[in-house]
Design a binder for this molecule. Structure first.
Ligand SMILES: [Zn+2]
Length: 254
């Protein structure tokens, strides 16, 4: 199946987990070298388990693993960096849950993406450090989609290939980019974007987090940007995200 040694060690971020039998847990982790892996943590649900407490959703750990017949087995887990804020601030935890769910849904098992691991770990650190979660999440969506081959086309129309000009254009998740007014009808569900929202997306794509940190979009512009990126991420993931429902429930409540 793989060329991993019988016993091996890897950094990992827990991107999903579920109970298995009486006391075990199956974890989906994302690693720098092996990409997405399913592993089993035996006895992790027991109160006396030594590694159990370090294996929560979004935990960043070093795992010692033994190759198993079906699933590799966690022998021990030690934290690389704790995320104290993520685990006490519900809004930040919901954002973090969305990031890990996106990675789970968009990546394939045993497909290494070191850049995705770095993006994910860095984004969790930023969320934990108190950086604007809206901005960290938008940057994450854009960078993840770029990295995995879904770079949205924001400079030329995805319909006619003409240069996009400074006017209201519409973002089509299905076509993966902006549609000029003449091509707008190619996708009736395309999302109209103001000039400022388009500028923000381009800046995010070309120059990253440090550049957009200097911009302060209005509430309405934030809404447009978020709608475009979330819709595209959901389209690529090919399903509704559980974490997104929780996140929306949280932000729409008073
Ligand atoms: Zn066009």
């Amino acid at each position: 199946m793989t060329n991993r040694d019988r016993n091996y060690s890897t950094e990992a971020i827990v991107i999903d987990r579920r109970a298995y039998g009486e006391a075990d847990r199956i974890l989906i982790v994302f690693t720098p070298k092996y990409g997405r892996l399913d592993v089993i943590a035996k006895g992790a649900s027991k109160t006396k388990s030594r590694s159990g407490p370090y294996l929560d959703l979004c935990s960043w750990v070093t795992l010692e693993l033994a190759t198993g017949r079906d699933l590799d087995v966690v022998r021990s887990a030690t934290p690389v960096r704790a995320f104290p804020t993520l685990h006490t601030d519900l809004a930040r935890f919901c954002h973090a849950s969305y990031l890990v769910e996106l990675v789970k849904l968009i990546t394939q098992p045993d497909e290494p993406h070191r850049a995705v691991f770095e993006l994910l770990s860095r984004s969790l650190v930023l969320l934990d450090d108190g950086i604007d979660p809206w901005m960290v999440t938008r940057h994450f969506e854009m960078a993840l989609l770029n990295e995995l081959g879904y770079r949205p086309q924001l400079f030329k129309c995805v319909g006619c290939d003409d240069e996009i000009t400074a006017q209201t254009n519409a973002f089509s998740p299905v076509l993966g980019g902006l549609l000029c007014p003449e091509c707008r009808e190619l996708d009736p569900h395309a999302i109209p974007l103001s000039v400022n929202a388009q500028k923000y997306l381009r800046l995010l794509q070309r120059e990253g987090l440090a550049a957009v940190a200097r911009v302060n979009p209005s509430e309405a512009e934030r809404g447009e940007i978020q709608h475009a990126l979330e819709s595209y991420a959901r389209y690529v993931a090919d399903r509704d995200l559980r974490s997104l429902k929780a996140l929306h429930g949280l932000t729409s409540s008073p």
